[in-house]
Design a protein around this ligand. Structure first.
Ligand SMILES: Cc1cc2nc3c(=O)[nH]c(=O)nc-3n(C[C@H](O)[C@H](O)[C@H](O)COP(=O)(O)OP(=O)(O)OC[C@H]3O[C@@H](n4cnc5c(N)ncnc54)[C@H](O)[C@@H]3O)c2cc1C
Ligand code: FES
Length: 284
C-alpha cells in the first residue's frame, strides 16, 4: 500500500501527489515511470515519476484527469492509499554532458521534462526550457523550471502568458536566433512531438521524444505498447519510453492511440453516469 502524503491542485484537472514509496524513490531516475493500480478491481495506468526524495522515501506524480482511473485517483485525498505502485519502470533518459539542450514540453508533460532538464543542468549542459500550454492557468512548475534552466520560454494557445502560439514556434525562434542545439527533448501530445521531430530533422538536430502509447502490464509481457522505430518494433515500456524522434512512426502511434480513445471513452461513460463518484471498478 502506498499512502498519499500530500495533494495539491496545480492546474485545471491537474493534481500533484506526494506518495510514500521508498522502494521507488530509492531507484527513480529521470524518464522513468510507475504503473499504479488504485484497488483490486482497478486498471493499471502508467504515470511518470516527476520528482523524488530518496531520504524521505517519497515520489511526486503529476496527474491530469482524463478518464476512469485518473478520476478515481482525483477523488482520493491525503491519507488514502494506492494498492499497487510498480516501478521505477522504463529506461532512464540518457543524459550526459553534451552542450546546449532544448527541453520542449507540452501541457502536463511539463511534469516529465522537469527531472530531465534538472539532470541536464547537473551535467553542466546549457538548458533552454520551452513550455507550451493552452493558457496561463494550465502552466505549472514555472519557478522550478526557472531555477534549473538557463532560459525558460513559454507559449500559450491564447496568448494569456508568454508568446501566443505553439511551442514549436518557440523552438523555430531559438533556431532562427542562431542558437546551436546539441539535442532537443520533446515530451507532450503525439502531434506536438511529431511537429518538433519534423522541424529538427530539417536542421539535423538530434531529437529524443518520450512516447505514451497504450500500456497494460508495463513490463514487456503484453505487447500493447509496441511502436515502430525505424525498421524495428520496440516495446515502449521496456525499450523506452524515450526514442529517436526522427525514427518514430508517429502515424501508426496516432492510429493506435485513437483506437484506445474509443475504448477509454466507453469505459468512462458508465462511470460518469452512475453517480459521479465512481463505480469502484465494477463497471470496467
Ligand atoms: C509512459 C507513460 C507516462 C505517462 N505519464 C503521465 C503523467 O505523468 N501524468 C499524466 O497525467 N498522464 C501520464 N500518462 C498518461 C496516463 O497514463 C493516461 O492519462 C491514463 O492511463 C488515463 O487513464 P484513465 O483510466 O483515467 O483514462 P481512460 O478512461 O483509460 O481514457 C480516457 C481518455 O484518456 C486518453 N488517454 C488514455 N490513456 C492515454 C495515454 N496513455 N496518453 C494520452 N491520452 C490517453 C484517451 O483519450 C482516452 O479516451 C502517461 C502515459 C504513459 C504511457
Ligand atoms: S505495456 Fe505490455 S509490453 Fe509494454
Amino acid at each position: 500500500m502506498y499512502k498519499i502524503l500530500a495533494k495539491e491542485n496545480i492546474a485545471p484537472n491537474v493534481d500533484k501527489y506526494i506518495i510514500a514509496a521508498p522502494d521507488v524513490a530509492a531507484k527513480a531516475e529521470p524518464g522513468q515511470f510507475v504503473v499504479l493500480r488504485l484497488h483490486e478491481r482497478g486498471e493499471r495506468i502508467p504515470i511518470s515519476i516527476s520528482n523524488w526524495n530518496r531520504a524521505a522515501g517519497t515520489i511526486t506524480l503529476i496527474v491530469q484527469t482524463v478518464g476512469h482511473t485518473t478520476e478515481q485517483l482525483g477523488a482520493m485525498g491525503v491519507g488514502d492509499t494506492i494498492l499497487d505502485l510498480l516501478g521505477p519502470l522504463g529506461k532512464p533518459a540518457l543524459i550526459e554532458p553534451m552542450g546546449t539542450v532544448a527541453c520542449v514540453a507540452g501541457g502536463v508533460a511539463t511534469a516529465i521534462i522537469y527531472p530531465e532538464a534538472r539532470k541536464h543542468k547537473e551535467m553542466g549542459n546549457r538548458v533552454l526550457t520551452l513550455v507550451g500550454a493552452r493558457s496561463r492557468e494550465y502552466l505549472f512548475y514555472q519557478e522550478e523550471l526557472a531555477a534549473i534552466s538557463d532560459r525558460v520560454l513559454v507559449a500559450t494557445d491564447d496568448g494569456s502568458y508568454g508568446s501566443k502560439g505553439f511551442v514549436t514556434e518557440l523552438l523555430q525562434q531559438v533556431i532562427d536566433d542562431g542558437i546551436h542545439l546539441d539535442q532537443v527533448i520533446a515530451i507532450g501530445p503525439i502531434p506536438m512531438m511529431q511537429a518538433v521531430a519534423e522541424l529538427t530533422k530539417r536542421y539535423d538536430i538530434k531529437t529524443v521524444v518520450s512516447l505514451n502509447p497504450i500500456m497494460l502490464d508495463g513490463t514487456g509481457m503484453c505487447g500493447a505498447c509496441r511502436v515502430r522505430v525505424g525498421d524495428e518494433i520496440k516495446f515502449c515500456c521496456t525499450d523506452g519510453p524515450e526514442f529517436d524522434g526522427h525514427l518514430v512512426d508517429f502515424a501508426s502511434l496516432m492510429r493506435r492511440s485513437r483506437l484506445y480513445e474509443k475504448s477509454g471513452t466507453k469505459a468512462h461513460t458508465p462511470y460518469q453516469q452512475k453517480d459521479g463518484k465512481g463505480c469502484d471498478g465494477q463497471c470496467q
